[in-house]
Design a protein. Structure first.
Ligand SMILES: Nc1ncnc2c1ncn2[C@@H]1O[C@H](COP(=O)(O)OP(=O)(O)OP(=O)(O)O)[C@@H](O)[C@H]1O
Length: 349
């Protein structure tokens, strides 16, 4: 697993040389540059999209309690690439991911996933599509405790009555490096090992796209690197498409592209990111005159870097601080509860 590394300025240049893929300079010149000298570019269509959202809006609740989590966003996710989604707390990252993955309904707009419009699908068809075409990795690992690692890995395929491709299974197990743990139950594995099993579960069915929501949020740095390395190699070696929501610039540095959200809108993207440029971008987008970001709690840095609510809030968008998430107001509302994304994408329970 050691050969896959996050982007650094040198690594980024080296990858360009190795792969012939456009490097940072070439990428930035293909579209409008957000600012002179910036690594940020406008987010726009990609040549071979695996997921596309157009004019996507998501409003939770009604009336005085309405919260616009996504405000007419267009999103283009490239096939066989690793895409990270970043933004401050409450900017709509999870909502976007849940809508793109067919876990949450949209208020308006369309979503196409691997050529199929999912925004108009019935729940029944969506559940079927999620089982067969989408891989999921969540922050809290949600493996079934009574099943072995191997049974957990094949569970979505078993439920979908899809035959397990043993060649793919072996390849995925090789990638996660846990062949000797396949008969163990989750309680007999470390947190990092459990999340690697969750990665295998997401990858084994060769899904059109893997969605990972803060997959390293509960892991130590070694396990974090292992999980990100698995995702990276699934893209490089299996042509997998991966979308990951993350708060961590270190994690985003493993991606090919970072899409930045703010206040329910897509504000920019960065290609071939590295940690420092991601941090600079967060700072630049949110607080150009603010203090230099140093070491410390990364989420606090990110939130501080973005915290300019009065100046930049789009009309109709409530700020996270007003949105009630911290007070739990919307979450106790009956209508919103019905809106809450599923934590069981496979329709097991
Ligand atoms: N079920 C819900 N009911 C009401 N409001 C919600 C619901 N889910 C999310 N929201 C609100 O929508 C907005 C976007 O939330 P979302 O969880 O997508 O943001 P996020 O960027 O993923 O945040 P975080 O980084 O804190 O997880 C927030 O203002 C949040 O309070």
């Amino acid at each position: 697993m050691g050969k896959h590394t996050p982007n650094s300025t040198d690594a980024s240049a080296a990858r360009h040389l190795e792969t012939g893929r456009p490097g940072r300079q070439a990428k930035t010149s293909r579209s409008r540059v957000a600012r002179e000298g910036s690594a940020l570019v406008a987010h726009g269509p990609v040549g071979d999209p695996v997921v596309t959202a157009r004019n996507l809006s998501k409003v939770y609740g009604r009336g005085d309690n309405a919260v616009t989590a996504l405000d007419s966003v267009d999103v283009h996710i490239a096939r066989s690439r690793f895409t990270a989604i970043m933004g401050p707390s409450g900017s709509g990252k999870s909502t976007l991911m849940h809508c793109l993955a067919g876990l949450d309904s949209v208020t308006s707009g369309t979503i196409h996933l691997d050529g199929e419009e999912i925004s108009a699908m019935s729940q029944r068809r969506l559940t079927k599509l999620r089982r067969r075409r989408i891989g999921f990795i969540f922050q809290s690992f949600n493996l079934v405790p009574t099943l072995t690692a191997e049974e957990n890995i094949t569970l979505p395929l078993d439920i979908a009555r899809v035959r397990v491709d043993r060649e793919r299974f072996d390849r995925v197990v090789e990638t996660i490096g846990l062949r000797d743990r396949l008969t163990h139950r989750p309680a007999e594995l470390s947190g990092g090992q459990v999340q690697r099993v969750a990665c295998a579960r997401a990858l084994v069915g060769s899904p059109a796209v893997v969605f990972a929501d803060e997959p390293t949020g509960n892991l130590d740095s070694r396990s974090t690197d292992q999980v990100l390395s698995i995702l990276r190699s699934s893209v490089d070696e299996m042509g997998q498409s991966v979308v990951m929501v993350t708060h961590e610039p270190d994690a985003a540095a493993w991606a090919d592209t970072v899409i930045f959200l703010r206040d329910g809108r897509v504000v920019a993207e960065m290609n071939q990111p590295d940690r420092d440029r991601v941090l600079d971008a967060l700072h630049e987008l949110g607080s150009p005159e603010g203090p230099h970001i140093g070491v410390g709690d990364i989420q606090q840095e990110v939130d501080e870097a973005w915290a300019q609510p009065q100046r930049t809030a789009p009309t109709g968008i409530r700020q996270p601080s007003q949105a009630g998430k911290s007070t739990g107001k919307e979450w106790s509302d009956e209508d919103s509860r019905a809106d809450r994304p599923s934590t069981d994408p496979w329709g097991i329970g």
